[in-house]
Design a protein around this ligand. Structure first.
Ligand SMILES: [Zn+2]
Length: 319
């Protein structure tokens, strides 16, 4: 595939959908900048050795801490001797989630509070333990942030899919990672310890993409995006529709994020997919609360701290 400026793309397999993830090699005077590292499957280092085929990697950049992007960072760093740069906020979340043996329990409790049945949350704890060995992030990376330069590329914050998601921009080429995907709508979920309004963040990030007006976007999954501005507009519209649908599924009776997720995503999901469905539902519900189109009810006392949502009570403000 011909990419602008001699950029190279390396695709590695994923055991789960969408089945692949793209990394990019950006050419520079002192060697390549490698963007993202794929998941840390047991043979990651051999796969990378073969893919790089002697290419001189000067630095590694991780766009966000999700397993398919950060997973093999330590392997590739060891293989190439190149330093790893990662966003400051993103790295703190990376440590919190993947460097913390208590995290699966914490996330299970949080999903319980949002109405997810315990069979599903227990399964999530089990699958979290299965995935953990495949996430070998690099400890103590060089911390970077929005507006910083990396070998002539500008780092552009695009919170939403991940709070600390960073893209790279140069000469109207956007290496978008999972902020902008062609055919898939990037997941935008509310998670424990995440920023309070990920969907609001995402919609703002899309507006910023429209202002930056890139001519091509190179995503973490799927084909290059020939019309990034048009795609950003489509995603904004998609979420406006999803917000309306979410609002319509609320009533006077409090409903949990889990219950609403059954309306939005159907009842036939495996535990791992339900996790994303509930997180995505919650990001929409929280946006509706902020737009005063829904209300959140939190159970007081110690009865597991349940959270539920109702339709906005018209006139409540006036009382
Ligand atoms: Zn991804």
């Amino acid at each position: 595939m011909d990419l602008p400026f001699g950029i190279r793309r390396i695709t590695t397999p994923l055991p789960t959908r969408p089945g692949h993830v793209h990394s990019y090699l950006l050419p520079g005077d002192d060697g390549w900048t490698l963007v993202d590292t794929g998941i840390g499957l047991p043979d990651a280092q051999e796969v990378w050795a073969a893919s790089l085929d002697g290419a001189e990697v000067a630095r590694i950049f991780v766009t966000h801490f999700h397993p398919d992007h950060v997973g093999a960072a330590a392997d590739v760093a060891e293989l190439t001797g190149a330093p790893v740069s990662q966003g400051e906020l993103d790295y703190s979340q990376c440590e919190l989630v993947w460097g913390n043996p208590e995290w699966p329990r914490r996330i299970a409790d949080w999903f319980l509070a949002h109405g997810v049945p315990s069979e599903i949350t227990e399964e999530l704890i089990g699958s979290g333990d299965v995935y953990r060995p495949f996430i070998r992030f690099q400890r103590d990376p060089i911390l970077v942030d929005d507006g910083d330069a990396l070998d002539g590329w500008e780092l552009v914050a695009a919170p939403g899919h991940a709070d600390g998601q960073l893209c790279l921009l140069k000469d109207r080429v956007l290496v978008s990672a999972d902020h902008l995907l062609g055919r898939i709508s990037p997941t935008v979920g509310l998670w424990p310890a995440s920023r309070p309004d990920p969907l609001g963040d995402f919609l703002e990030s899309l507006e910023r993409t429209i202002e930056l007006a890139p001519e091509i976007a190179l995503p973490g999954h799927g084909d290059p995006i020939a019309d990034p501005v048009g795609r950003a507009r489509e995603l904004i519209e998609h979420h406006r529709e999803r917000l309306a649908f979410t609002e319509a599924s609320l009533t006077d009776r409090p409903r949990t994020g889990y219950e609403v997720s059954l309306d939005l995503f159907g009842a036939e999901l495996k535990a791992a997919s339900r996790r994303f469905a509930v997180a995505e539902t919650l990001s929409h519900l929280e946006r509706l609360v902020l737009e005063e189109r829904a209300e959140r009810r939190e159970a007081s006392g110690d009865d597991s701290g349940g959270v539920a949502y109702t339709a906005r009570q018209l006139g409540r403000r006036a009382l």
